[in-house]
Ligand binder design. Structure first.
Ligand code: PLP
Length: 421
């Protein structure tokens, strides 16, 4: 039985309708490429769902992970610590926007958001207040656990669960054009005194199809939250680690958030790890003689040393090689390509920010996750040896930073060929 057939017999994959799903067995990764069982190679143009930064099976990260496995594979993090976690925490606190002083570990992007959400609720509880309202941006995606789903835009893939989700107030993503009305709506919510926190995907809303808003406008939204002493939570699970051209999307803002959620590229795409980084103000609200003020949350594999070793190795690469310069070269290439195709009659819209590019395909339906227009493009590009998993009718290009100019050009030319077909 082939790997494909055995997979079909035993495995239920995420995000796909299993009836008719085409699952591709991958047996090897090397740099920007992954290889299927027949030896065919594909450019991983979506960085395996936006996690991979430096290329697959990067020898340095692999070596550091392997070394760690022989030293300490895991130890409970409640009551214990280890060198990799301490090193990573210190480095992140120094890298993250000013004001972040502590990091809390979890396992993925959803749990990083879940932790932030619970911390925000308990922050107010520990101060003797019960705040019931969360604000998020329209079209935001924060994950698949119940809390992070609740913070996510309604009317998409969470429909079966909506009646169990808590209510969240959604405001439009701010731009120069809508800023006044957004600030007005925000202020009316903040004035109720019931808002626990404002949660947002900073500058790029990934899962919604790489929707982009503006840093100046977002800074003003944060400033207003600060004025009303409402907590702000930047979900940088996708935008972190150079994707927007700076190390974090928050680095484009003039206001820093009270909490930041990190995952995906945190380990260079090697292992699952989540971080909720917080300011001293948050930490101090839990630092108390009262046991019930503790943050009683954790997971069996919280702070896993091997995952931390991968994250430290990825940060080493940022220090040793000018990774952000490579991201800048991708950014410039994306901008040229967007100019080239944005007026194509099969393109509804094309946009880029940093190393993130999106091509929204024209179709009869509205843009969104359930628009099938991206499917034929996906298959066509696969034939060409390119994995560009679409979000509905939006083709997304988020390559590993090690991609070469020639490989990028091959992707652009292939997309153009598809459009002209
Ligand atoms: C902004 C954002 N937050 C949270 C998540 C959830 O992360 P995970 O899939 O690791 O749970 C994602 C995943 O795409 C994301 O893009």
């Amino acid at each position: 039985m082939s790997l494909r057939d055995k997979d079909k017999q035993y495995i239920w994959h995420p995000f796909d309708q299993m009836k008719g799903a085409e699952i591709i067995p991958i047996v090897k990764g090397d740099g920007v490429y992954v290889y299927d069982e027949s030896g065919k190679r594909y450019i991983d143009a979506f960085s395996s769902w936006w996690v991979n930064l430096h290329g697959h099976a990067h020898p340095y990260i692999a070596q550091q992970v392997s070394k760690q496995l022989h030293e300490l594979e895991h130890v409970a993090f409640g009551g214990f610590t280890h060198p990799q976690a301490v090193r990573l925490a210190e480095r992140l606190v120094n890298l993250l926007p000013l004001g972040v002083t502590k990091v809390f570990f979890s396992d993925n992007g959803s749990t990083a958001n879940e932790v932030a959400l619970k911390m925000a609720i308990q922050y107010w509880f520990n101060r003797g207040e019960k705040r019931n309202t969360f604000i998020a941006l329209e079209n935001d995606y924060h994950g698949d656990t119940f809390g992070s789903m609740s913070l996510t835009a309604r009317g998409g893939f969470n429909e079966p669960f909506e009646r169990f989700m808590f209510q969240v107030e959604f405001i439009p993503a701010p731009t120069a054009a809508n800023l006044n009305s957004v600030l007005e709506r925000l202020e009316s919510l903040l004035k109720t005194g019931d808002v626990a926190a404002f949660v947002f995907e900073p500058l790029v809303q990934g899962a919604a199809g790489m929707l982009m808003h503006e840093s100046e406008a977002l800074s003003q939204v944060l400033a207003l939250c600060k004025k009303h002493e409402v907590l702000t939570i930047a979900d940088e699970v996708f935008t972190g680690f150079g994707r927007t051209g700076r190390m974090f999307a928050s680095d484009h803002l003039t206001e820093s958030p009270d909490m930041m959620c990190l995952s995906k590229g945190l380990t260079g795409g090697f292992l699952p790890l989540g971080i909720t980084a917080v300011s001293e103000k948050i930490y101090q609200a839990f630092y108390s003689d009262e046991r019930k003020h503790s943050f009683l949350h954790g997971h069996s594999y919280t702070g896993n040393p091997v995952a931390c070793a991968a994250a430290n190795a990825s940060l080493d690469l940022f220090e040793q090689e000018d990774v952000l310069a490579r991201a800048a070269f991708i950014s410039a290439a994306h901008q040229d390509f967007v100019q080239r195709i944005k007026d194509h009659d099969k393109v509804r819209s094309a946009r880029s920010f940093g190393s993130i590019m999106a091509v929204e395909l024209e179709s009869d339906a509205v843009s969104g996750y359930f628009n099938d227009a991206g499917k034929s493009a996906y298959r066509w590009l696969l034939e060409k040896g390119i994995i560009m998993r679409p979000l509905g009718n939006v083709l997304v290009l988020v390559p590993p930073y090690c991609i070469s100019a020639g490989e990028l050009d091959y992707i652009y030319r292939s997309v153009e060929e598809y459009l002209n077909n």
